[in-house]
Write a protein of this length. Structure first.
Length: 425
């Protein structure tokens, strides 16, 4: 008998927690306030170190399991009973692709190693689900009752990799739910009066360190080119105060003298004010589509060298002799393989957001940004294209509805949304 259903979410890293975990958790909480939510933070080199604190501050979770405890639970070195809570196990009899009788718990993979999520679900006796962007899930496809994707393009990619079509469900991207839409422009977001250009420095300390010189010089150059513009250097409030001050201190006098503001505010707040965002590849490039607001996406080659790598390669890259060689090879492979570096461009298969990739200089960034912000018609074209690429919101609610409906089974206590909505590719 089910007394207190539990949904466990698995994911780590600033993009995964902020863009996927929290929107889905809010949707689950809105649909079923009594549902017990647990967040597992698997160990990952992509984490910024502040994810646990962010999750706890949200107030959405009954339990946040840090990386060490997640590993211990996965390996059977720690009891899963604190996660189950008041749940009395229903018969979670799996048949084929994880299907079976309604279970008192569900686990949704939103990031990290898929093996960890599969193992955790088995340890807990929960039905397993996954939201993915890559075909790596094909190896574990039979462990999941449903595999959710953001677009029909992703669905075709998974099917081509051998994932059975009956478990693939297109729901849209929860990241679109993480950023509120801009219904109308405020006093700052009016091109032609005082356009606002925002440089986003990311949410990882090592990115901040390497981006600040490029962003600061570019911001100062935009100021020289366009004296009317309001220019902000956005620094995540989740970053350690000491690290921020250490990297910012050499630049503060020049930035202040030029009227460039340093804003320690969440990216979602800053996007609502912007006419143009200058950022690097990652979750932010889809968040600008959700607003929508035009963006210039910059990938300097030196940033590839400090970005985390997948799997064992990340640790080999830190070795004195092999590391630099591996990083150079990775940069060459990335640039040769990827036609685009921003998510909207990849989804559209064409240029929606302008990109600068390679040995990028501050002057190049400033020249491109100043030209864009001076062209109101071009900015509006980009915004219109972003609306088309992003597709409908509501993926978080569709995920929540499907999982909760499976958990309630024949009781029908949860009103469900369509399981397979038509989301544009």
């Amino acid at each position: 008998m089910l007394t207190e259903p539990t949904v466990a979410l698995v994911g780590n890293g600033p993009g995964e927690v902020g863009g996927w975990v929290l929107p889905v958790a809010r949707a689950l909480r809105a649909r079923a306030p009594s549902t017990r939510l647990v967040l597992f933070l698997p160990p990952t080199q992509f984490a910024g170190g502040h994810e646990e604190a962010l999750a706890r501050r949200s107030g959405l979770f009954s339990l946040v399991v840090p990386p060490g405890r997640t590993v211990a639970t996965t390996l059977g070195l720690a009891s899963p009973s604190p996660v189950r809570g008041a749940y009395r196990r229903a018969g979670a009899v799996r048949d084929g692709h994880g299907a079976g009788q309604p279970a008192g718990g569900a686990l949704l993979h939103l990031g990290g190693d898929l093996w960890v999520s599969v193992r955790l679900a088995r340890r807990l006796g929960f039905q397993a689900y996954a939201f993915v962007e890559t075909p790596l899930v094909a190896r574990y496809a039979r462990a999941f009752r449903a595999i959710f994707v953001g677009s029909h393009t992703h669905a075709r990619m998974l099917a081509a990799a051998g994932v059975p079509g009956e478990v693939i469900e297109v729901v849209g991207d929860p990241r679109l739910d993480a950023v509120p839409p801009r219904a109308q422009r405020g006093s700052h977001g009016v091109v032609g009066e005082r356009p606002t250009v925002i440089f986003l420095a990311g949410s990882r300390p090592h990115f901040l360190r390497y981006l600040l010189p490029l962003w600061s010089e570019a911001a100062l150059e935009v100021r020289r080119r366009d004296g009317r513009a309001r220019i902000l250097l956005g620094v995540s409030p989740l970053l350690d105060e000491g690290a921020v001050e250490r990297y910012l201190q050499p630049w503060r006098p020049r930035l202040a003298a030029a009227g460039v503001e340093v804003a320690r505010r969440p990216a979602a707040d800053l996007l609502a004010e912007a006419d143009l965002v200058v950022t690097i590849p990652g979750t932010t490039t889809l968040e600008v589509a959700a607003v929508p607001v035009a963006a210039l996406v910059v990938l300097p080659l030196h940033l590839i060298g400090v970005a985390p790598l997948e799997g064992l390669a990340h640790y080999v890259a830190r070795l004195p002799l092999l590391g630099p060689r591996l990083i150079r090879r990775r940069a060459a492979v990335v640039l040769a393989r990827e036609r685009f570096v921003s998510l909207p461009n990849r989804l559209a298969g064409r240029v929606v957001l302008p990109e600068l990739v390679g040995e990028v200089t501050p002057a190049q960034v400033a020249e491109t940004a100043a030209a864009l912000v001076a062209d109101a018609a071009r900015l509006r074209e980009i915004e219109a294209a972003l609306r088309e690429v992003a597709g409908p919101r509501g993926a978080s609610d569709r995920l929540a509805a499907r999982i909760l409906a499976d958990m309630t089974g024949a009781e029908g206590a949860v009103a469900t949304a369509p399981v397979r909505p038509e989301v544009p590719a």
